[in-house]
Design a protein around this ligand. Structure first.
Ligand code: FNR
Length: 372
């Protein structure tokens, strides 16, 4: 993979963040790295992984290894996908285009965020014949929602992922301290927006101006009244699989199944929404036990290594989504950087699985792990 020269970027994905910090602007790092509030949820995500240990078995592998899988009709070379991440031009000028190209070059599935810097169509073109899913933030204007879904359908996105956990942006001090006040729209302290500077802007947002576009965003996306009826609305307007993202309780997982969705992502948004929330990995086993036979169960939040992927799959996920690490790769080396991160994760997954005595991730189960 790397020949005899050292790789340009570290292969230690857990430490890519430090490298990215050395090159990224304070603005970019302020958006990408931090979490909600005190950061307790993001820390809990990592601590949850550390509480599980893999129990390697010896001398039982055949020579063949197989990481491939089919998730909701999408064929994947490994149970790893790219999580939806917004405004990727903060990390690199080619943003989502570089990410989509990297995903396609490795056969992995790219998920396009409603908040992306590049359009649904431009990212689809970059993704080419690769597989792609579309992530929907359900706006508080239904016509806009239908328009997003139609554009995604036309641009050959196969699955829609409706994010449930961000009906208002979380309390993210790093952004707030930089004056990114659209976060406050719709919140109990919306009186910030009665400041004359903002009040005028909200009335007439000319979208060519980025600041005004941000304010238009602040008008359209806070949607705290989002309900299961809205998910039924998406179901009616989308022919392919519907996934809901941000499930952390078995009760909600059951409701998802009852409301006709095809899959869920067990996720706390990488700790960026509810500070003090349950670690996503701690929520996973109970949810998988409850709905694993009715729904496709996917997982994200805190995945940094191949061993993490093994643990999430053993605890009931069928595939994982990777968030920040590929953004760090993007920031450090564009498309090549994303490819580097993904290749490292897949190689480490393969090596870890083989070392632990498995020829395929499908053989993993709770018995593959013990608690530390
Ligand atoms: C996100 N995430 C996210 N999720 C989503 O549904 N739509 C979005 O637009 C975004 N945007 C976004 C931006 C940034 C900078 C980050 C870090 C994350 C959440 C993302 O899909 C995923 O849930 C988490 O990133 C997973 O956690 P890790 O892997 O970052 O720990």
């Amino acid at each position: 993979m790397f020949g005899n020269t050292p790789p340009k970027l570290t292969t230690d994905l857990a430490h890519l963040e430090e490298k990215a910090r050395e090159t990224l602007s304070a603005e970019a790092m302020g958006y990408i790295v931090p979490s909600a509030g005190s950061g307790a949820t993001a820390r809990a995500n990592r601590e949850a992984f550390d509480r599980w240990r893999i129990v390697p078995r010896m001398l039982r592998n055949g020579p063949e290894r197989d990481l491939s899988c089919t998730i909701l009709g999408t064929e994947m070379p490994a149970p790893v996908m790219l999580a939806p991440v917004g405004v990727q031009t903060l990390a690199h000028s080619e943003g989502e285009l570089a990410t989509a190209r990297a995903a396609t070059s490795l056969g992995l599935t790219y998920t396009h965020s409603t908040q992306a810097s590049y359009s649904i169509e431009a990212a689809a073109e970059a993704s080419g014949d690769g597989s792609r899913w579309f992530q929907l933030y359900f706006p508080n204007e239904r016509d806009l929602c239908v328009s997003f879904l139609e554009r995604a359908k036309t641009a050959a996105y196969s699955t829609v992922v409706v994010t449930l956990d961000t009906t208002m942006l979380g309390w993210r001090p790093a952004d707030l301290d930089r004056g990114f006040l659209p976060f406050l729209a719709g919140s109990g302290i919306a009186n910030y927006l009665t400041d004359p500077v903002f009040a005028g802007s909200l009335a007439k947002p000319p979208e060519e101006d980025p600041a005004m576009a941000a304010l238009r965003f602040a008008q359209v996306f806070p949607n705290p009244g989002l309900s299961w009826d809205d998910i039924a609305f998406v179901r009616e307007h989308w022919d392919g699989p519907v996934v809901v993202k941000g499930i952390l309780s078995a009760e909600d997982a059951k409701l998802a199944a009852d409301n006709g969705v095809d899959g869920i992502v067990v996720s706390n948004h990488g700790g960026r929404q509810v500070d003090g929330a349950i670690a996503a990995l701690d929520a996973l086993p109970g949810i998988a036990d409850t709905v694993g036979d009715r729904l496709t169960v996917l997982f994200d939040s805190g995945v940094r290594t191949g061993a993490d992927v093994v643990k999430a799959l053993a605890l009931g996920a069928q595939a994982v989504l990777l968030g920040r690490p590929y953004l760090y790769g993007l920031a450090l080396d564009g498309q090549q950087g994303v490819e580097h991160v993904l290749k490292c994760l897949l190689a480490e997954l393969d090596i870890t699985l083989t070392g632990a005595g498995y020829t395929s991730h499908r053989e993993l189960s709770r018995e593959s792990l013990v608690t530390a």
